[in-house]
Design a protein around this ligand. Structure first.
Ligand SMILES: Cc1ncc(C[n+]2csc(CCOP(=O)(O)OP(=O)(O)O)c2C)c(N)n1
Length: 733
């Protein structure tokens, strides 16, 4: 029986696909001897040889199977791929929601990749030296869920597949890292997965350079769609990946020429192969329904000395007789009639959600294929010198060297106590990083072309580049979005704590990736300087106004705005210790006085807010709340109020999220019960009511800034001690 697409498919140039769908051989009633053949995708002698070689440390196993493995017959392959298609059709149909087109279209690619190349062990989804597979086109989540089920990931039962997109299932609409074992990263917002993968590949090269390829040697594969490649972030990711010559990064592009609105030709005429080539990638175009071509292309890509793109021409919804090849199969249930016809075309006679043993067995065998490699890897790790092994395992666990960190923080604080510094908090951050990056070799810094302004490059820190992956500072180029997503990838990979640098106003350019970092509970730390009108002359385009509030709106993200050098090191410590959350450090361009005098081992910022200066008597009439550079203004306002015989206290609020997460009693104690609450921040009011109440007074910004020296801007916008005191007095009258 031959399956022919009824409607033409188009490539990204709008050309009719040149591929001929391969005939589907049907073996109904014929028993297939799949298990022995597929188990031999790495032949037994190969496997034994590879494992013993690995154990003997004489050679490295560079792929799970790869070269030398015998492909399954075309018939075997087709049935295995059809299992993916059937599960995708059935799950979407049951949910009456979802995207069958992608899984059905890329089933051949996935079958080749997972049964012959991907190094993984379904019984241990977090084995650190596994290959990573990123489904960047997360709307095709049923591809991943079908694979996890077929390969035998314990948690992914057929019941979970049946509960696709239902509350509490392991099969949410889009893949979610930390929710479903086997999902490497949360995807769905197109382009993010591809950029995450660049970070994963950077992490792999870095850790391989530090610990050796005996223990770190894996490939990152990405399945990307037209939508992924249309998103702007993809350009940043591609350019960075090519520049860094990430040879262990392979992108499989589902070149089906279809997106939601119809043919991609409606909106796009980019030649993706040329585009990737121009960015330094090896790029090729193949028939994505030809297993031999897919395997050959992956073999070649694995030998490349840079990243590789394999543009796989496919037919979306492959197998669906009327909707296949069209946008109608992209994002809705196919309907009983179409599914019935697709089953007949594909020769799939099993009832919904049932996979015949003759097909499930080889899939399960593929899921167990990597086990010997994992065990061999464990032996190699066990054979590492004890100190190296302990360090490697510590980093992979994401545990901090607690003593070293505490010592580094204490030393910085002691120095600041002895010789207080009136410096910008960005400079204080550099000071902190000088100590922290020595204590924590897992920290990898960077900047989106603002290195000198962000102060993220510590003296003596080597640059991470294609010539030296052991370096620890990345010049990301003017690519904030790509940087933030690559950082997510590094954190997800494990073994690295990435920190970045850009201006706070450009947090908007990073926002989708920061949101995903929060959703995935990943420790990435964004150093964002020039955090208010205090940056001065660059003017309103560069002066953040709403960004603090907007960042505070992201659930799970910690936004730190330290007021001086001491708070800066404390906030750094908190960001590092927050293992499961991203952080932003909003730092000043301009100098600020050191308000925290004397040595205090206790991290006062840990409470989120604390009384920096108590009232002169027990009965404060006014509580003055402030963050960052405006804390000094609050301190000055307290003095002005004292001259008017009004007692006021000053509360520094370096982190809203920590304060608001504190138990009620503690929070109430910090907020206090003064007659009047007044807050000052050179940003908008939004969010402050949770602290000062809706009756509280707020001094800040209500519109955009202006271009002028900052000392003129503060009075111009009325953000002064006088205005603060006046606001308090006005409420007291
Ligand atoms: C950033 C972002 N914008 C929009 C969407 C909504 N969306 C989901 S899939 C898709 C495009 C589908 O085309 P393609 O990527 O080629 O996937 P295919 O149709 O081949 O499955 C869009 C616009 C999204 N998921 N992410």
């Amino acid at each position: 029986m031959t399956l022919v697409a009824r409607r033409p498919a188009f490539d990204s140039k709008g050309r009719h696909h040149a591929i001929c769908p391969q005939p589907f051989s049907l073996h109904r009633g014929k028993s297939l001897t799949l298990l022995p053949r597929l188990a031999s995708s790495m032949t037994m002698p190969d496997r034994v040889g590879a494992v013993s070689a690995a154990l003997a440390h004489t050679s490295r196993v560079t792929s799970a199977t790869g070269a030398g493995s015998k492909p399954a017959t075309r018939a075997e392959h087709d049935q295995m791929a059809n299992a993916i298609r059937a599960l995708a059709m059935d799950a979407v149909e049951q949910a009456k929601s979802g995207h069958p087109g992608l899984p059905m279209g890329v089933a051949d690619i996935a079958t080749v990749l997972f049964t012959r190349f991907l190094k993984f062990d379904a019984s241990n989804p977090i084995w650190p030296d596994r290959d990573r597979f990123v489904l960047s086109a997360g709307h095709g989540s049923m591809l991943l869920y079908a694979l996890l089920y077929l390969l035998g990931y314990e948690k992914m039962t057929i019941e979970e597949i049946k509960r696709f997109r239902q509350l509490g299932s392991l099969t949410p609409g889009h893949p979610e890292h930390g929710h479903t074992p086997g999902v490497e990263t949360t995807t769905g917002p197109l382009g993010q997965g591809l950029a995450d993968a660049v970070g994963m590949a950077i992490a792999e090269r870095h850790l391989a350079a530090v610990f050796g390829e005996d223990v770190v040697d894996h490939t990152t594969y990405v399945l990307a769609s037209d939508g992924d490649l249309m998103e702007g972030i993809s350009q940043e990711a591609i350019a960075l990946g090519g520049h860094l010559k990430l040879k262990k990064l392979i992108v499989l592009y589902d070149d089906n020429g279809i997106s939601i609105d119809g043919p991609v030709a409606l909106t796009d005429s980019v030649d993706q192969v040329k585009r990737f080539e121009s960015a330094g990638w090896a790029a090729t175009r193949i028939d994505g329904h030809d297993p031999a071509a897919i395997a050959a292309a992956i073999e070649t890509a694995k030998k490349s000395d840079g990243p590789s793109l394999i543009a796989c021409r496919t037919i979306i919804g492959f197998g669906a007789p009327t909707k296949g090849g069209t946008e109608k199969s992209h994002g809705s249930a196919l309907g009983a009639e179409e599914i019935g016809a697709a089953r007949r075309k594909l020769g799939w006679s099993a009832p919904p959600f049932e996979i015949p043993g003759s097909i499930l067995d080889p899939w399960r065998a593929a899921g167990a294929r990597g086990q010997p490699l994992r065990l061999a890897w464990q032996q190699r790790v066990a054979a590492m010198p004890a100190d190296q092994r302990a360090e490697f395992e510590r980093r992979i666990r994401g545990e901090l060297p607690a003593k070293k960190l505490a010592t580094a923080v204490r030393e910085v604080k002691e120095k600041l106590a002895q010789a207080p510094k009136e410096i910008a908090t960005r400079a204080a951050s550099e000071l902190a990083l000088g100590a922290l990056t020595v204590a924590l070799p897992e920290m990898i810094g960077g900047s989106a072309d603002l290195t000198g302004s962000n102060n993220t490059l510590v003296r003596g820190m080597k640059i991470l580049n294609a010539a030296d992956y052991a370096g620890r500072f990345i010049h990301y180029g003017v690519r904030e979005h790509g940087m933030a997503a690559a950082m997510n990838g590094m954190a997800l990979h494990g073994g690295i704590i990435p920190y970045s640098g850009t201006f706070l106003v450009f947090s908007d350019y990073c926002r989708p990736a920061i949101r995903l970092a929060a959703l995935m509970s990943q420790r990435v730390i964004h150093v964002m300087t020039h955090d208010s009108i205090g940056l001065g002359e660059d003017g309103p385009t560069h002066q953040p106004v709403e960004q603090l509030a907007a960042l505070r709106a992201i659930p799970g993200l910690k936004v730190f705005r330290p007021c001086d050098a001491v708070e800066t090191i404390e906030c750094w410590q908190l960001a590092l210790e927050g293992k499961d959350a991203p952080s932003v450090l909003a730092l000043t361009r301009q100098n600020v006085p050191q308000l925290r005098q004397g040595f205090d081992e206790h991290n006062r910022c840990a409470a989120g807010a604390y009384e920096l200066i108590a009232a002169d008597d027990d009965d404060a009439a006014v509580s003055l709340f402030a963050t960052g550079s405006e804390v000094a203004i609050a301190v000055a306002a307290k003095k002005l109020l004292a001259e008017r015989h009004i007692s006021a206290r000053v509360v520094s609020v370096p982190c809203f999220e920590l304060l608001l997460a504190a138990p009620e009693g503690k929070r109430a104690a910090v907020i206090g019960n003064a007659t009047v609450n007044v807050a000052v921040e050179a940003g908008i009011r939004q969010g402050w009511d949770a602290i000062i109440g809706s009756q509280g007074a707020f001094v800040g910004m209500t519109g955009f800034g202006a271009s002028a020296p900052y000392k003129n801007l503060y009075p111009h916008f009325g953000i002064t001690a006088e205005a603060l005191a006046e606001a308090a007095l006005g409420r007291l009258r």
